[in-house]
Write a protein that binds this ligand. Structure first.
Ligand code: G6P
Length: 370
């Protein structure tokens, strides 16, 4: 069993450490030799069909849905198409407005999740084109979609998804750029610059992983709290949701993720002396706003961990109790880095509490019943 885990204590830890490889494998062959464009030769949708899309729906469950929330921002920013993201179990029953000029993207690691598959079928019934982002070639979702982008994360065994999530982000970056270059919403220099930044991500993840010990110390310190909060704005909010889900899944600590600006509309009432708040601050233009939200929590006694871009140590130090810097990248790409310390945090918190990291209670790797 240890051999299967490649010398790691748990599959989850192994899979966290496999992320640099998963990023490289998912990008390999999909970036032109000169690094200036995305080539998704697996797609059968034509440029004319792409130009006809008027809206995009992203539908998924759990962690894949959180990747879809980042996907919404990616596609809106790069392709300027309106995007809605929904959980599959809601989408299928709310009579969504699906038209033939809607592109429906279903995201599923396993490609077998019952609600996601049902949403795909509903989308097809309404005449939409369906693109699947999945980790399993030949899965039900891959077979039934019109197009598939396969994430090359390799098999994911731990129930808590890590490398599948980040590979889904890579797939969204590639597809967003592909839309942008087809629609002409971004020029060649922009695409080349973003692709260069993406190529740097695997090595940047390695630099984060090299600091796992720092995260372990923070996890040991917070593991015995009853409740904690994650806050962020923009894509940081989407990552906060994923960080919170990860922690709940394997450590069973109650946590909530909040859009930082929403705190004052209710959640602030729950902040009292010693409550941990994990604040993501990777979005330059929202930095000051998030700092003022942090101060609101600190004024009520919160114990704040700040996750921010390298180089801002001095500004962050004034407002937080502990801090963790991620390497510098483009604002849109930070989720592919900032989620990694959160994955490690939940792993070490679960370990500190003596839980079964790879097989948390009540949860299954793939939910094939409704
Ligand atoms: C289960 C797993 C989650 C996963 C979700 C969706 O709940 O425990 O980790 O995110 O299903 O799975 P999928 O295979 O569709 O991505």
């Amino acid at each position: 069993m240890t051999a299967e885990k490649g010398g790691y204590d748990h599959f989850m830890l192994k899979e966290i450490y496999e992320q640099p490889k998963a990023y490289r494998d998912t990008m390999r062959g999909r970036v032109s030799e000169d690094g200036k464009s995305v080539t998704l030769s697996e797609l059968s949708m034509t440029p004319e069909q792409i130009r006809a899309f008027r809206r995009v729906h992203i539908v998924a469950c759990g962690t894949a849905m959180h990747a879809g929330m980042v996907g919404k921002t990616i596609i809106e920013q790069l392709a300027r198409l309106p995007v809605e993201t929904d959980v599959a179990s809601e989408y299928r029953y709310r009579s969504p407005i699906i038209t033939p000029d809607t592109l429906v993207i279903v995201v599923s690691q396993s490609g077998e999740t019952a609600d996601t598959l049902a949403a795909l079928r509903e989308a097809k019934r309404c005449g939409a084109r369906v693109l699947a982002i999945t980790n399993v070639v030949g899965s039900s979702v891959a077979r039934e979609a019109d197009d598939t982008i396969v994430t090359l994360a390799g098999p994911e065994i731990a129930v808590a998804s890590t490398k599948a999530y980040t590979s889904q982000l890579i797939a969204f970056y590639l597809f967003g750029l592909y839309l942008a270059q087809t629609l002409g919403t971004r020029d060649e220099a922009f695409v080349a610059n973003m692709l260069a930044a993406m190529q740097a991500l695997p090595e940047q993840v390695e630099r984060i992983l090299a600091q796992a010990e720092t995260i372990k110390e923070i996890a040991d310190a917070i593991a015995h709290n009853r409740s904690l909060f994650f806050i962020g704005r923009g894509v940081d909010y989407a990552v906060a949701l994923e960080g919170s889900l990860k922690l709940k899944e394997i450590s069973y600590i109650h946590s909530e993720a909040y859009a930082a600006g929403e705190l004052k509309h209710g959640t602030l009432a729950l902040i009292e002396e010693g409550v941990p708040v994990i604040a993501l601050l990777t979005q330059e233009e929202l930095f000051e706003k998030t700092i003022s939200n942090i101060k609101e929590t600190k004024a009520r006694g919160a114990n704040v961990l700040g996750i921010y871009n390298e180089g801002q140590e001095a500004e962050v130090a004034k407002s937080v109790d502990s801090q963790f810097a991620i390497p510098r990248t483009l604002p849109l790409l930070t989720p592919a880095l900032s989620v990694v310390p959160l994955q490690l945090l939940s792993y070490y918190a679960s370990l500190a509490l003596g839980h079964d990291v790879d097989k948390p209670r009540n949860l299954a790797k793939s939910v094939t019943v409704e």
